[in-house]
Design a binder for this molecule. Structure first.
Ligand SMILES: [Zn+2]
Length: 416
């Protein structure tokens, strides 16, 4: 039975957002939380980019020792042979997505007549062959601007990708140009013609990213293949953003045409982690969750007007489509309202011990405590905001990987 899986791209597309970004430690925490949430795969970054390499290798180590498991970690790379080589030379990445634009607009507009669409197809095939040769376990091929690419070319492109060993095809609605009806038709056609699992990568320029993602997934299933929806936490991403993770999960689990029967979400997805992960992403990006955000906004379960409040109190189902408890909401949260000691880049051992005592983490001796303090300081150099309890616990428990994640040294080769 074909299913719908989630591939979160916060750590790749989300961090491409203009004026916003994440520290490597924050990207790591997001991978840990996504894994806890049962997400199928995280596109964790750019394995050919120098400053990402230590972070990527450390996260692959965390996968090996079981902290980030079973979620798959995959890197994004353009269809450029040198970058494919660098990805495999400097990182232990095993899963890769190779990306190139397929529309006439972008082929002409970007290559300025230096490449034809036939060249684009050949470049993609060469990159797939190169990744295979360098030991990739799985290769996905991304058609950037697929929604503005004609069917005939897109089918040819996807077919060539499959023939050369790609196991997934990413349909990118790069400019948010599709609507739910067009994407359904086009993805269904691709699925029927090529029979390759399809990723839906939708942007929100027309406010339809979530709707297009689920409609596209329906098209893939109806065409006889698995669907993989690309999401981003809190809908972060370039311009108007990507499809929001929590909204996509809710749409598949709760909307009238999805919640029963044929269109089934990967059962490992645990919606009860939604509140925690959305709040963390808001903090890490420095972008508060909008009050009316789907599922996790302050007002998502708030009622004020007479008829609504009365109705919700009599029977929550009158005005609530799903329960806040399902998203992990409703637990009391302790907020320190008096003295607070935080851990920062200029902190000292006394304050640091106080913070870790509260988390009930003990150190063997002063030497160990000093080492962890130094790492916590560096973590704050990267994040530039007070470290969260989960970040502090991670650093204390996985100091070797934490050290690697925070090692960002210009013009120094990455560690093995
Ligand atoms: Zn994108």
């Amino acid at each position: 039975m074909n299913k719908i899986y989630v591939i979160d791209v916060t750590n790749r597309d989300g961090v491409q957002t203009s004026r916003l970004g994440l520290a490597k430690l924050e990207k790591t925490m997001i991978n840990i939380f996504l894994n806890e949430m049962g997400i199928f795969q995280s596109e964790l970054g750019f394995p050919y980019t120098h400053h990402e390499m230590n972070y990527i290798n450390a996260n692959l180590e965390l996968a090996e020792i079981g902290l980030i498991n079973p979620m798959r970690l995959e890197g994004w790379c353009p269809v450029i042979l040198k970058e494919v080589e660098n990805s495999f030379r400097f990182t232990k990445m095993k899963h890769i997505n190779l990306s190139i634009s397929t529309s006439e607009q972008m082929t002409k507009g970007k290559f300025q007549g230096r490449k034809t669409r036939k060249d684009v197809l050949n470049m993609m095939v060469e990159a797939v062959e190169k990744a295979k040769e360098l030991g990739a376990d799985t290769i996905g091929v991304n058609a950037e601007d697929a929604s503005r690419t004609d069917d005939e070319y897109l089918v040819r492109f996807a077919r060539a990708a499959k023939e050369h060993g790609a196991v997934m095809f990413r349909y990118c609605d790069t400019l948010g140009y599709d609507d739910p009806f067009t994407i359904y038709q086009r993805v269904k056609l691709l699925a029927e013609e090529v029979q390759i699992p399809i990723e839906l990568h939708c942007h929100n320029d027309l406010g339809m990213a979530v709707a297009c993602s689920v409609a596209g997934a329906k098209g893939a299933i109806d065409g006889g293949v698995d669907a993989y929806i690309n999401t981003a936490l809190n809908g972060m991403g370039e311009r108007a953003g990507n499809a929001d993770l929590v909204s996509v999960i809710l749409a598949i689990k709760k909307s009238s045409g999805f919640h029963q029967g044929k269109y089934v979400l990967d059962e490992r997805v645990d919606l009860s982690k939604a509140w925690k992960i959305a709040k963390y992403a808001g903090y890490a990006f420095g972008v508060p969750i909008p009050i009316n955000q789907v599922g996790v906004g302050e007002n998502a379960f708030a009622h004020e007007s007479g008829i609504h409040a009365d109705g919700a109190l009599k029977d929550r189902r009158n005005y609530e489509l799903y329960d806040f408890e399902e998203l992990g909401r409703g637990e009391p949260e302790i907020v320190e309202s008096g003295r607070k000691i935080t851990v920062g880049e200029y902190g000292g051992i006394k304050g640091f011990r106080n913070v870790y005592d509260k988390l009930e983490i003990e150190f063997k001796n002063d030497e160990e405590a000093t080492k962890i303090l130094e790492l916590a300081r560096y973590a704050n150099v990267h994040t530039q905001k007070p470290l969260t309890n989960d970040e502090l616990k991670f650093i204390a428990k996985y100091p070797e990987q934490a050290k690697k994640i925070m090692t960002v040294a210009p013009l120094v080769p990455p560690e093995g």
